[in-house]
Design a protein around this ligand. Structure first.
Ligand code: GBH
Length: 462
């Protein structure tokens, strides 16, 4: 028999970091305990029609009360890193003033539990749960929120910085800014492009300020960074109109974050597109230097890429208002339960492109995963071969990008648990561990067992 080509996954090095990710509002529940105040998501969930089935995070996975058992799940899978987020309204109720010791104590216990089990904690400071009081004062479109975030970051660091070595400031500022303030699909549900773009800038400013504060406060070296959701945007055809549509999509999804972070400037073409919409970025002198404060790691969240076109179905390049047509062209590809196309090749392209255009910063995949229509058997076991295939193909995509030179240092599956999937509520399940929301019973799916075995195999090759 012929020799089989080795699985690219087996080329990942022994130092590669393997983990899972979650976020506070999606799993914790206990929204009114130990002094936590409402976040914009508690409020948004009560807006009729905002979230599927009227779901909310009041109980979620009840992780706040089940934390040690959830940490045991991670350790039993043999993973070395757990990426979780801290709920701002838990540790600094209302978003200003002194820390709430009872709120911080939860994360203190979590960190100790992880370290005791040999799992490294990776903290995300902000995964979308802005204290409602700060939204009432204007939210992210207001400059002051950036300074409030830096204060909050410092206060969490003062308590956990002796044990947590890796920190990401923000998770996916695109979602916070655009879904929250421009498109209204996420909390706080505002729909104004100008607010969205102001939020982009103040999120980035908050990131830069927090990075400076943490660096100054750190007694020993720490790893600091940010996580972006990067969305590969390819032209549907080689026509100038389609190429321009892909350029514009890439600009607003990716380069409007990457260029200020790594080159200290907003991309000119994006500023021009925004100006055509009557929108400008509220930059003040010195902001871009703060935003470009060097970081140690870029977190990359990847789910899918899309094809873009600049012509409508009738072949027109302008809409009624005279604006250029911007359209996503669906492909005949397999999709996840979210309707997202499965395109692992775009993951490789993205990582190689980051290496080319923004060299020198190590990359870690801080989220990758998929929702599928899970069918549990009587014991609650899910034979999720579709998720195993998705994860396998995407890990291969990462390994291929590494072979092409991209400096990818780790991979975290989204998510440890089925959880509150934002506007989709509990309908969409991303977990490698099933959660029965009636009993809160956790059952590792086939994908969890596959992940455990894969990590073990790659490590054992070393
Ligand atoms: C992540 O968001 C979140 O960090 C995580 O909390 C969430 O549970 C997980 O993914 C799964 O959704 O079609 O124009 O909206 C990812 C959100 C979804 C944002 C896809 C970009 C594509 C652009 N991303 N979206 S659009």
């Amino acid at each position: 028999p012929s020799r089989h080509a080795a699985d690219p996954i087996d080329s990942l090095p022994p130092t590669f970091r393997w983990g899972v990710a979650t976020s506070s509002y999606q799993i914790e529940g206990a929204v009114a305990e130990d002094g936590r105040t409402p976040s914009i998501w508690d409020t948004f969930c009560r807006v009729p029609g905002a979230v599927a089935n009227g779901d909310d995070g009041d109980v979620a996975c009840d992780h706040y009360h089940r934390m040690p058992a959830d940490v045991a799940l991670i350790a039993d899978l043999g993973l070395d890193t757990y990426r979780f987020s801290v709920a701002w309204p838990r540790v600094q109720p209302g978003g200003r003033g002194p820390a709430n010791p009872a709120g911080l104590a939860f994360y203190d216990r979590l960190v100790d539990e992880l370290l005791g089990r040999g799992v490294d904690p990776w903290v995300t400071l902000y995964h979308w749960d802005l204290p409602q009081e700060l939204e009432d004062a204007g939210g992210w479109p207001v400059r002051d929120t950036a300074y409030r975030f830096a204060d909050y970051a410092e206060l969490v660091f003062a308590r956990l910085g002796d044990r947590v070595k890796t920190w990401t400031t923000l998770n996916e500022p695109w979602c916070s800014a655009m879904l929250g303030y421009a498109y209204g699909d996420h909390a706080p549900g505002r729909r104004d492009l100008g607010d969205g773009i102001a939020a982009v800038h103040h999120l980035l400013l908050g990131h830069g300020l927090a990075t400076q504060r943490l660096r100054a406060a750190a007694p020993a070296p720490v790893e600091l960074g940010i996580t972006l959701n990067l969305a590969p945007a390819d032209p549907a055809t080689d026509s100038p109109a389609d190429r321009d549509a892909a350029r514009a999509a890439d600009g607003l999804a990716n380069r409007i974050y990457l260029d200020p972070l790594f080159h200290g400037r907003y991309p000119q073409d994006v500023l021009a597109d925004l100006a055509a919409e009557g929108v400008r970025v509220p930059v003040r002198d010195g902001d871009l230097e703060v935003i470009a404060t060097p970081i140690d790691v870029l977190g990359v969240n990847y789910y899918f890429g899309q094809l873009h076109s600049g012509v409508d179905e009738q072949g027109r390049e302008r809409d009624e208002g005279g604006r250029p047509v911007r359209r996503v062209v669906p492909r005949d590809l397999p999709r996840t339960a979210m309707g997202w196309e499965i395109v692992p090749e775009s993951f490789t392209d993205l990582l190689v492109r980051l290496h080319r255009d923004y060299p020198g910063v190590p990359l870690v995949i801080t989220e990758n995963g998929a929702a599928f229509d899970d069918r549990p058997d009587e014991d609650g076991f899910v034979a999720d071969d579709d998720r195993v295939a998705y994860l396998t193909e995407h890990l291969r995509a990462v390994a291929r990008a590494r072979s092409a030179g991209a400096d990818v240092r780790g991979y975290f599956a989204w998510s440890l648990l089925d959880n509150f999937e934002w506007a989709y509520g509990y309908d969409k399940r991303f977990g490698i561990v099933r959660v029965d929301y009636d009993t809160q019973r956790r059952t590792p799916k086939r994908s969890a067992l596959w992940y455990r075995d894969t990590v073990r195999r790659v490590r054992d090759r070393a």
